[in-house]
Ligand binder design. Structure first.
Ligand SMILES: NC(=O)c1ccc[n+]([C@@H]2O[C@H](COP(=O)([O-])OP(=O)(O)OC[C@H]3O[C@@H](n4cnc5c(N)ncnc54)[C@H](OP(=O)(O)O)[C@@H]3O)[C@@H](O)[C@H]2O)c1
Length: 298
């Protein structure tokens, strides 16, 4: 039978390419919501449990793509995505491709260019969750690219978690995804340094974290909207805590060195504050250091 003729015209099915930890969680979510789900993976053994739960496995990726008008791909990286698409050829034509593989905005835009030539509606996605959170509202999935595709397949995509559409530029989901991960790693870095300091005196990390650190970070988080407004307006003048005061003494560095804790995580922020003061911006509030991060990309 011609592969094109096998398309699920009622649009109630989804094909999932990639059955790693995340891809498998996506398949389970679609199955739970009653979508007929066709799956393909480079290593076929990963399909076994999913087939037992109702998925349809095919060893032929072209057939997997041909079966449904909604094709979700979630593999390791963009190189893998392109390699898979090389084998699929024009079978992808006139379908919707939702790519949930992690990558950069540029990679998303290039992939959109590639598949748009085949008449594909391209939606890029960023998954702000670990596999065990998929289906729960805390799992946020960022989408950008074809609005038509997002609206047409919204119900199926909502099976995975909370869907947020960010705009027609297919690079926006990846940009926001990586920005959120930057915030997360900044917080993890602060957490690790903080706990390393108290552990140097054998303070219990679990108690310190729950009783002191988390409430402190919650309080500090309430200052972020004001900082964001300063960044949007470019007006960094403060009446609260100026950079000159914050950068005058390297007490965090001093205590870390005294306690035998590396300052690799805290030095970069301290040196940015000092540079900004040296540049004549000592009266500014902390968000002013963003001016030092902005570099010309030309
Ligand atoms: N896991 C998470 O917490 C998480 C959270 C957010 C986003 N993500 C993103 O989701 C994507 C998948 O992550 P994962 O956790 O599922 O990773 P994973 O468990 O390591 O699975 C990787 C998948 O990519 C496939 N793959 C790798 N190279 C391939 C190639 N050259 N050709 C065909 N298939 C290839 C693997 O196939 P084989 O089984 O044959 O090796 C497997 O299906 C990544 O982009 C990741 O950044 C993951």
């Amino acid at each position: 039978m011609n592969k094109m003729s096998q398309v699920n015209t009622k649009n109630t099915g989804v094909s999932v390419i990639g059955l790693g930890q995340m891809g498998s969680a996506l398949v389970k979510a679609f199955l739970t919501k009653g979508y007929s789900t066709t799956v393909w993976n480079r290593s076929p053994e990963k399909a076994k449990d999913l087939v037992a739960q109702g998925a349809v496995y095919t060893p032929d990726v072209e057939e997997a793509v041909a079966t449904n008008s909604l094709v979700v791909i979630c593999v390791l990286d963009y190189q893998a995505v392109h390699e898979i698409l090389d084998t699929v050829g024009s079978t992808l034509s006139n379908r919707t491709l939702v790519n949930l593989t992690n990558g950069t905005p540029e990679q998303a835009r290039l992939l959109k260019e590639r598949v748009t030539q085949l008449g594909v509606e391209y939606l890029d996605g960023g998954i702000m969750a670990v596999p065990s959170l998929i289906t729960r509202s805390e799992a946020v999935l960022l989408y950008s690219g074809s609005q038509k595709a997002f609206e047409m397949h919204r119900q199926a995509l909502d099976s995975l978690g909370t869907s947020k559409y960010l705009g027609t530029d297919s690079g926006l989901a990846a940009l926001n995804d990586l920005a959120l991960l930057s915030g997360m790693y900044g917080m993890f870095g602060g957490f690790i340094h903080s706990v390393a300091l108290v552990r140097s005196e054998k303070v219990n990390a679990t108690e310190f974290t729950s009783e002191l650190l988390i409430p402190w970070l919650h309080a500090m988080m309430t200052t972020l909207p004001k900082m964001a407004q300063m960044i949007d307006s470019g007006d960094y003048k403060t009446k609260d805590a100026n950079l000159e005061m914050q950068a005058s003494l390297d007490t965090i560095g001093d205590v870390s060195r005294a306690q035998g804790i590396s300052t690799e995580l805290t030095d970069p922020i301290f040196s940015l504050m000092q540079r900004r003061v040296a540049d004549g911006h000592g009266d500014d509030d902390f968000p002013s250091v963003i001016e030092l991060l902005r570099q010309s990309t030309n």
